[in-house]
Design a protein around this ligand. Structure first.
Ligand code: GLN
Length: 303
């Protein structure tokens, strides 16, 4: 590292450091080097990003510099920014994230949008006949269920994850947004804890759907740092999707909806899987913001 920030260099102001770090990150082929530098410096200084520019000529103390240097080193080793700063924004909610959970992705907001289209706006009464019951499987940080609950408070929400650490984090995130009383979280593997006879209007999930052999080819940010159990959909990537599709109709009300996030190239295979069950209607696919088939809506037939 040439001309790196040193503790005895009094010349390191916020602006100089941002400029230096931007080129340093660029030389290490890190995406969005300027905004990464800003986010990490703001985090090291416990400032808002915008405040960096209000104090751009302020020199940094020795401690501040070494705190910042440690964060830069982590990013250069490809650790995602969200894990370094411990938060990620999803659906305008700031959520805590740790290596126990997948970092919520922008395309997963399409799953929220698909569910919102099925949920009536809140009415004044909690016992209104329009109240729906919703189950999310594999909730991770809680991003999807919390986004839904923040938009439509008067429905009944249940969400599970097989990782207790994920459930604890989702609970903490529910608390951050005052949704502990709205969302019921529990630790379980897919449907194992759902009692026979329980019925939901919507079941939704962003399950692992990457084929095992593809995982090492993903960006290092993903395959080194994110929990492989949240990504790995076994040989063909479809194992969790198949399992959920196979079981969900037992737990859906008549005309209830199963909403799943799928891999960008899995539409045809998912369609075939759904068509093997006579309990479902024809599946509908929705594209994400980059035009890829990302969400499947599978409706249970009248029973
Ligand atoms: N969309 C994620 C990715 O591309 C994968 C998420 C998943 O397997 N559910 O890394």
């Amino acid at each position: 590292m040439q001309n790196q920030p040193t503790s005895n260099n009094h010349e390191w102001t916020i602006l100089k450091l941002l400029n230096w770090t931007t080129s340093y990150l660029k030389s290490h082929h890190i995406d969005s080097p300027r905004s990464t530098a800003e986010i990490l410096l703001a985090h090291a200084l416990d400032l808002k990003r915008i405040d960096l520019y209000l104090q751009y000529d302020q020199p940094l103390s020795k401690n501040e510099l070494s705190r910042f240097k440690a964060l830069i080193k982590r990013r250069v080793k490809r650790e995602p920014v969200a894990y370094i700063v411990g938060v990620k924004e999803f659906w305008s909610l700031e959520l805590a994230v740790t290596k126990d959970v997948l970092i919520p992705r922008p395309e997963t907001e399409c799953l929220v949008e698909a569910a919102l289209r099925l949920l009536p706006e809140d009415s004044n009464s909690c016992h209104s006949h329009t109240q729906k019951s919703i189950l999310e499987l594999g909730a991770g940080s809680g991003a999807v269920v919390l986004a839904l609950a923040s938009e439509r408070k008067n429905h009944l929400y249940f969400a599970s994850d097989r990782s207790i650490k994920a459930v604890e984090l989702a609970w903490q995130n529910a608390g951050r947004h005052d949704l502990n009383g709205t969302v019921n979280l529990f630790c379980a593997d897919w449907f194992t804890a759902v009692k026979t006879g329980c019925r939901f209007d919507i079941i939704l999930s962003n399950p692992p759907y990457i084929p095992t052999k593809v995982i090492p080819e993903l960006q290092p940010e993903i395959h080194i740092y994110e929990p492989v159990a949240a990504l790995d959909g076994a040989d063909d990537g479809l194992s969790s999707l198949k399992h959920i599709i196979f079981r969900a109709h037992e737990y859906l009300n008549s005309q209830g909806s199963l909403l799943l996030e799928i891999g960008h190239d899995q539409k045809n295979e998912v369609k075939k899987i759904v068509e093997t069950y006579e309990n479902y209607q024809e599946p509908c696919f929705t594209k994400d913001y980059s035009g890829k088939n990302r969400i499947v809506h599978i409706r249970k037939k009248d029973t």
